[in-house]
Design a protein around this ligand. Structure first.
Ligand SMILES: [Zn+2]
Length: 406
């Protein structure tokens, strides 16, 4: 699903529930025969690299007979979104992509290779057929909490004929994707919490950015504060417990849960009432308790109406510090917290590091993989790739590329 409409504005609510035919006519859905519901299925499988909306948001239009594969973490995030996010629709025919071996799918063999990205358990995809080996990078970076995955990718992939390489940061101003790395984010947050010892900090981030949850937790621990999360965040972290054992859980030391009524209703509707009770017993914290000791906490939250309501309540005694810990450009889209900040004349502090590799890291990766051909994808500056990567071949949407032909 494209992140925005062609004119740059947000998709209207309900877009993901519109008829697939209309979305195909408007070229929002790519025109691929035999892929969608309502036609005879002629595609073996759809494979998701990770659980970001621009990589799966319209996957539920795929014919139900066509399996949709993703890593265990990807499937867990899709299911968590379905539980908590209004309007989220996910494919029905979900299957797990094995972690360490290749999966045979008709004439293809597909192997998911773990990469570091802002979505948990992301994969690059190694596809083999007719003696050709193609690696799709997925979205990836060298500067998250698992830099080893970036270093190890060439060894895990082996020799490559064609590399399909993401390039989100190519052609963008240096620093537009935030601080250099995730550890830097953790340190900046700790400095901020230390410098504002008596103030409550509200950090706005994606609930599925596990690296960020760890950074905020570490910054809280380093400054003697407790981390406050909401039931949605607690649920996501719990679902990834064995994939990311370093991530905080609702029953970890110095972690508290601030209940939001619609989250509780959603847990209850999903038959998870006992989990809500467990969260409550482990570390429930009330708005009154936050207001009474603002310097004792850091609240990791989402840009939601519930968060704004809590900030308004706390601001009656002391104005919380608001940290925007996601892509700076999202501040310009009128979410509840940016709207509140504008209305109050507050400039949120941006402390973030992006999910996408810096151009110099992409060049390093391409050099180590040394494929015969590099095809840019997920970029607004495909033409600039050739300035720092050899053997680039720019391919337009819908253009067919034959590989392995003399
Ligand atoms: Zn992504």
């Amino acid at each position: 699903m494209p992140l925005t409409q062609p004119d740059g504005s947000d998709w209207p609510r309900g877009t993901m529930a519109r008829p697939g035919e209309a979305l195909r006519r408007e070229k929002v859905l790519p025109n691929i025969e035999g892929l969608y519901a309502g036609s005879k299925p002629e595609v073996t499988a759809l494979i998701l690299s990770h659980a970001h909306l621009d990589h799966y948001g319209l996957a539920h239009y795929v014919h139900n007979d066509i399996p949709v594969f993703g890593s265990r973490g990807t499937l867990a995030m899709l299911r968590a979104s379905k539980l908590f996010v209004p309007d989220a629709v996910i494919p029905e025919n979900l299957r797990e992509l094995p972690t360490s071996e290749a999966k045979s799918l008709a004439a293809f063999s597909v192997q998911g290779i773990p990469v570091d990205h802002a979505a948990p358990d992301s994969r690059a995809l190694l596809v083999e057929a007719d003696g050709q080996r193609l690696l799709y990078s997925g979205d990836l970076r060298a500067h998250g909490r698992q830099p080893q995955l970036f270093k190890d990718l060439p060894a895990a992939a082996g020799p490559i004929d064609v590399l399909i390489l993401e390039g989100t940061t190519v052609g963008q101003a240096q620093g537009s994707h935030g601080f250099t790395n995730e550890i830097d984010v953790e340190h900046r947050l700790a400095e901020l919490l230390k410098a504002n010892g008596s103030g409550l900090a509200v950090v706005i981030a994606s609930g599925q950015n596990i690296d960020r949850a760890i950074s905020v937790y570490q910054a809280a621990l380093a400054t003697g504060r407790e981390l406050v999360i909401d039931p949605y965040q607690a649920y996501v972290l719990m679902m990834l417990k064995d994939i990311r054992p370093d991530a905080p859980q609702f029953n970890s030391p110095s972690v508290r849960v601030k209940f939001v009524s619609n989250h509780v209703a959603k847990l209850k509707a999903a038959g998870l009432w006992s989990l809500a009770c467990k969260m409550s017993r482990a570390g429930k914290v009330s708005a009154e308790q936050l207001a009474a000791n603002p310097g004792g906490f850091v609240f990791l939250a989402r840009s939601s109406g519930a968060t704004v309501a809590l900030i308004r309540y706390l601001a009656r005694t002391t104005q919380p510090i608001i940290v925007w810990s996601q892509w700076r450009d999202y501040l310009n889209r009128n979410g509840p917290v940016p709207k509140y900040c504008k209305e109050q004349g507050i400039e949120p502090l941006v402390i973030h590091s992006g999910g996408h590799a810096h151009p110099e890291d992409l060049a390093d990766l391409a050099e180590r993989l040394h494929p015969g051909m590099v095809v840019p994808i997920h970029t607004e500056a495909a033409a600039q790739f050739a300035r720092f990567i050899p053997n680039v071949r720019v391919v337009a949407d819908g253009e067919t590329l034959n590989i392995g032909e003399p």
